[in-house]
Design a protein around this ligand. Structure first.
Ligand code: FES
Ligand code: FES
Length: 154
């Protein structure tokens, strides 16, 4: 066991855990932030996507010991009132079906828009391809990302 100081959604957390514990479990079980989901546990589905210093990462496959001083942002910290342009676009496009993959989808999309504010369909296909949706909401996800990129105007 070892003590780690983490910043998650601008709040400080001190955890005493196995250094190999995946960041996902620290987020869910120690910080109590359950919006980030467990899907595969092997970096293949994207359900556990969070931001580390603004970059989308798979929290199931990152040991807490490698997070060090980087800032973690989860879906709960993406916006104060759930009103990030992507969250509003998601609502407008009525994207979710079961919802399980959606926080990961939105976190990946947020990182995508930071790097490419006006993404093409191809950009979206390339950068979102690691986020799996068993319900097949891909077309609505694409629509919502374009909507957010246009400032919410369809
Ligand atoms: S749970 Fe992390 S990528 Fe699937
Ligand atoms: S909305 Fe059900 S898995 Fe994506």
């Amino acid at each position: 066991m070892a003590v780690f100081n983490l910043t998650i959604n601008n709040e400080d957390y001190k955890v005493d855990v196995d250094p190999q514990m995946p960041l996902l479990w620290v987020i869910r079980d120690f910080a109590g932030l359950t919006g980030t989901k467990y899907g595969c546990g092997i970096a293949q589905c994207g359900a556990c996507t969070v931001h580390l210093d603004g970059n989308a990462v798979r929290s199931c496959s990152i040991p807490v010991s490698s997070v060090a001083d980087q800032k973690v942002v989860t879906i709960e910290g993406l916006s104060k009132k759930g009103d990030h342009p992507l969250q509003k676009a998601w609502e407008e496009a009525d994207v979710p079906q079961c919802g399980y993959c959606q926080s990961g989808q939105i976190m990946s999309a947020a990182a995508l828009l930071k790097d490419k504010p006006q993404p093409t369909d191809q950009d979206i296909d390339n950068l979102m391809s690691g986020n799996i949706c068993r319900c097949g909401t891909y077309n609505r996800i694409k629509k919502a990302i374009h909507l957010a990129a246009k400032g919410g105007k369809s």
